[in-house]
Structure formats: C-alpha cells, structure tokens
Ligand binder design. Structure first.
Ligand code: NAD
Length: 256
C-alpha cells in the first residue's frame, strides 16, 4: 500500500529543503533516493523503482539524465510525479509526456508563484506587442553551480512569448550569441545567461522597441519558494487523473 511522499535527489540543495517543507505541511515522507547517500533518518531507497513502489507521489529534483528512467519507472508503478528538474532535451520531455498518459505529472521549470504569474503576463504581452516592432530578450542570472543554460525558467518564459506570438520557440530562438552573429533576426526570441556567486534566480523579459522598452523582472531570494511550491503541487496532484499539468494548473492560473 503506497503511502506518503518521496523525494528523488533527497540529498541535494532542493531535496533537503523539500524534507523541511513536507514536514511543515504535515505531509508524511516515504523516503528518497540520491547518488550521494541519505539525509539523517530519512529512508533511503536503492533506486527509483523501490521509491515508486512505496510513495504515492515522487517529487523529483535531480538531473536531466535521470528523467527518462524516472518517467518509465513511475509510469509503471502508477506513482504521481512532481518534476522540477531542468535542462531536459526535447526527447526527454517527450518521455515525460508519454508517462503523463498513465500517471498525473506536474512538470514546471519553476515552482514559484511569482514566476508563474510572469509566464502568464509574458504570453499576454507577447500577443499584444507586434514582433516586428518589439524585440523579445530574456536575461537570466544564477549561482555558479548551475549546470544548464539558459535556465529552465528562461526557456519557459521564451515558450510563453512564443505561444503568445503563435510561433515555435525552437524556430526563433537566438541563444548564446558570440562572434560575428549578423543582425538580429526579426521575430527572434533572444536568451542571455549570467553565472556567478550564489544568485538563487533572476529573470528579466524585455520587449525592446525603437521608442520604448517594457521589462518584467522576477528575483528569487530564497530557493524555499521553489520547495514550498513543489510541495503544494505534490499535495494537489494526489488522486488527479493521468495528464501533464503545469504549476499554472496547481495555482488555478491557466491563461487559455
Ligand atoms: P543539487 O545538485 O544540489 O541536487 C541534485 C541531487 O540529485 C544530488 O544530490 C544528486 O546526487 C542527486 N541525483 C542526481 N541524479 C540522480 C539519480 N539519477 N538518482 C538519484 N539521485 C540523483 O541540485 P539542486 O540545486 O537541488 O537542483 C536539482 C535540479 O532541480 C536541477 O535540475 C535544477 O535546475 C532544478 N531546480 C528546479 C527548480 C524549479 O522550481 N523547477 C528550482 C530549483 C532547482
């Protein structure tokens, strides 16, 4: 009989905070998995299959390379999945979508309520501002340990802008400009990533026209905002039908 919440990546920065946030919410911890060993007296399972067999919901903040296996094992076990890992390839995201045909999955590049409001506003702004006049640029900064760029949140903001413009982000993305790049392509969505210090997460979406700039900035000061959001998602997703959900669904902020 499955009971409680599991944490994949329990010994990581997010994993440790998730233990505290589950406790604060009065939600039982079934245990976790981590390549770096366990945390205090939390039950450590040998692998994702073992954790999936015991937990009702697995909250996953690990590494993109784990996504494929986790998708298959959680779908097989019928265990709900809250996925916060970033840097997934298109193919890995397709595996997540495949799993979501059998289990409920909340997949969000960012679990903070503020960022999800930014995503909703980004889509509306992009729909209102003609791409031929307003150049969309996304600038982000994170701590020096971050392994993927641009951040999952930056990509999420880019996708929201692309949705608002009715285009595919992959077709218009300009990321990591260097050298003789040529002029900016009309309708491009640009990305720049800064890394340094211990910045938890800063994102700015800028619409730059010849005669005005409009910028939307979000700054996270404490990663607890992501952990408490992920726990909120885990409580919400329990007992939901199979499907791919976003943090907007959890917050009841769907745009449409
Ligand atoms: P971290 O490196 O501190 O922790 C990751 C942990 O996962 C490590 O302890 C590692 O040993 C473990 N791990 C990795 N692969 C594993 C596997 N296959 N099986 C078991 N354990 C495994 O990193 P972090 O700062 O906690 O971030 C983790 C992920 O979450 C990153 O992808 C990061 O970008 C993402 N993140 C997302 C949000 C969000 O709101 N969606 C917020 C913060 C971080």
């Amino acid at each position: 009989m499955k009971h409680g919440f599991g944490i994949a990546g329990i010994a990581g920065r997010m994993g440790r905070m998730l233990i505290e946030e589950l406790a604060a919410a009065g939600a039982p911890l079934a245990g976790g998995i981590d390549r770096n060993g366990g945390v205090n007296d939390a039950t450590l399972f040998a692998d994702i299959a073992g954790l999936a067999a015991e937990a009702e919901v697995v909250i996953d903040f690990t590494h993109a390379s784990s996504a494929r296996e986790h998708a298959r094992m959680l779908a097989r076990a019928g265990t709900a999945w809250v996925l916060g890992t970033t840097g997934l390839s298109i193919e890995e995201e397709a595996e997540v979508a495949e799993a979501a045909k059998r289990i409920p999955v909340v997949y969000a590049p960012n679990f903070s309520p503020g960022v999800n409001l930014v995503l909703a506003l980004a889509e509306r702004m992009a729909a209102a501002l003609p791409p031929a006049m307003y150049d969309a640029e996304i600038v982000e900064m994170h701590h020096r340990q971050k392994v993927d760029a641009p951040s999952g949140t930056a990509v999420g903001i880019g996708r929201a802008v692309a949705r608002g413009r009715g285009v595919d982000l992959e077709a218009v993305k300009e990321s990591g400009r260097d050298g003789h790049t040529g002029a900016r392509k009309p309708g491009a969505i640009g990305f720049s990533a800064m890394r340094g210090g211990q910045v938890v997460g800063e994102h700015t979406l800028l619409f730059a026209a010849a005669d005005e700039h409009i910028a939307l900035t979000h700054r996270a000061f404490d990663r607890r905002v992501f952990a408490s959001g992920a726990v909120r998602a885990a409580l919400w997703v329990r007992g939901k039908p199979a499907g791919l959900y976003s943090m907007m669904d959890v917050l009841g902020m769907q745009t449409g």
